[in-house]
Design a protein around this ligand. Structure first.
Ligand code: PMT
Length: 414
């Protein structure tokens, strides 16, 4: 998904039945993290209320050129300068005529006259009005003036007519806005490997050692990496989650399976490796072939455990190696322990979380993390794992870019 972070869009709404579609457009723009300032003409307010658009845009709607209170907050010239794009949807025949004539008799036309930003209009009107010589003439003038004419589409109209004059659907307008303003996805062309979930270390055919990892954080990161344009392989222990769209999933059970899968995937080109999995540090020295029985009068059972391979440290020793990110599940001294893992495992970044809390960490929907690198640390506020994953992918993409060098030169430290 191509985000519109920090892009400022002045959404102009003029009077027409298609005005209701502007609500959807406004909402979708906000979903893509654009800042949206709605300006409505008086006629538009007869079709939908400014209150609706205020709730959807998160800002008071501007309707009046001569409103002293609103002008004190952001004057009309300031508003015109603020915008990265003026998108007028729907654009009525009357609005197109006024825009073509260069009039400045309301806030929207004034902002259009005063802006240096691109102006896009999505015409919406009756088919006969669209075909009329006056509208043809106005559109020709607007095209010469550099105004982007997006649509209209053709089909059945609210008035019962058939023909050209339908406003383009919000989704299509959104795609055009993304093409115009969107930055290329931060991980386009990158390949990312993520480990997630728990591992299970068998004791006998029916029992195993494991932990409470649900896989939520790792799956959210896989979805966010795919959204950010990466080619994603998700190596996961046993979890009850569906694979995010566009992600290649490899299911494993034990730590040794996970290492084998990671080594196999990393034998090809991998740019970023993110170890979210809660890998069992130890496994039973041997798994009993039959179910372990409790003998009569038996008071206890001694288990002999051996160390599992460290997956993230093993991949970090490869030459060349990906940009390496480890998670750290801590219950105390979060940052100090994370920093020690950064060195011990020779990774580039550690994402530390406090797993002693029940509201974050294992199994929860939210998380709080501290990013620890050799350059410093940053603690992010509590948020859903899905939102955190997007933020983390943006941070990881930035860190990876900052340390970027040809993969062949990126060696683990001795
Ligand atoms: O799955 P959820 O319910 O959403 O919970 C998310 C989480 C709490 C599991 C996740 O946020 C997290 O903290 N993952 C790391 C869990 C962990 O095993 O931490 P650790 O501090 O023990 O290990 C440090 C790093 O080494 C981790 O990146 C781990 O994947 C890796 N490791 C550990 C042991 C091992 N044998 N091989 C490894 O690669």
């Amino acid at each position: 998904m191509q985000l519109l972070q920090r892009k400022r869009i002045l959404l102009g709404i003029t009077g027409g039945i298609a005005a209701y579609k502007a609500c959807e457009l406004c909402r979708r723009l906000r979903d893509l993290e654009a800042e949206v300032q709605v300006v409505m003409t008086p006629a538009a307010t007869r079709f939908i209320t400014p209150l609706t658009l205020q709730a959807l845009s998160g800002r008071p709607v501007r309707t009046d050129l001569l409103d002293p209170a609103a002008e004190a907050a952001m004057g009309h010239i300031e508003l015109a300068r603020w915008a990265d794009l003026i998108m007028v949807a729907p654009a009525s025949a009357d609005f197109l005529a006024r825009l073509a004539a260069g009039t400045a008799d309301d806030l929207l036309t004034t902002a259009c006259l005063a802006t240096d930003a691109p102006i896009a209009v999505a015409p919406a009107m009756n088919q006969a009005m669209w075909r009329s010589p006056a509208t043809r003439r106005n559109c020709a003038t607007l095209a010469v003036d550099g105004v982007l004419l997006w649509g209209p589409g053709s089909g059945s109209q609210a008035c019962g007519d058939e023909g050209p004059g339908r406003m383009l659907e919000p989704q299509e307008l959104l795609q055009r806005i993304q093409a115009l303003l969107g930055t290329p996805p931060i991980l386009a062309g990158r390949s990312v490997v993520i480990t997630a979930g728990p591992t299970r270390e068998p004791l006998d055919p029916v029992r195993y050692l494991s932990n409470h990892s649900s896989g939520k954080q790792g799956f959210a990161l896989a979805a966010a990496a795919a959204e950010a344009g990466a080619e994603v392989t998700l190596i996961t222990g046993p979890v009850e989650l569906t694979t995010p769209p566009g992600v290649t999933r490899v299911d494993v059970t034990t730590a040794r399976d996970m290492l084998a899968a990671a080594e196999s995937v990393c034998s090809g080109q991998v740019d970023i490796f993110i170890a979210v999995a809660a890998v069992a540090d130890f496994r039973p020295a041997s798994a009993a072939e039959q179910k372990i029985k409790k003998a009569a009068g038996q008071q206890g059972l001694e288990l002999s455990l051996v160390e599992n391979p460290d997956i993230v440290a093993t991949i970090a020793r490869r030459q060349p190696r990906p940009f390496m990110v480890a998670f750290a599940a801590e219950t105390e001294n979060l940052e100090a322990n994370a920093r020690s893992k950064l060195e011990r495992k020779q990774v580039d970044l550690v994402v530390a979380n406090d797993v002693s809390r029940s509201d974050i960490g294992f199994g929860s929907d939210d998380n709080v993390v501290t990013l620890v690198s050799r350059e410093g640390s940053e603690t992010l506020p509590s948020m859903p794992k899905t939102a955190l994953a997007r933020l983390l992918m943006e941070r990881i993409g930035r860190h990876a870019k900052a340390t970027e060098m040809p993969a062949t030169k990126r060696h683990a430290k001795p």
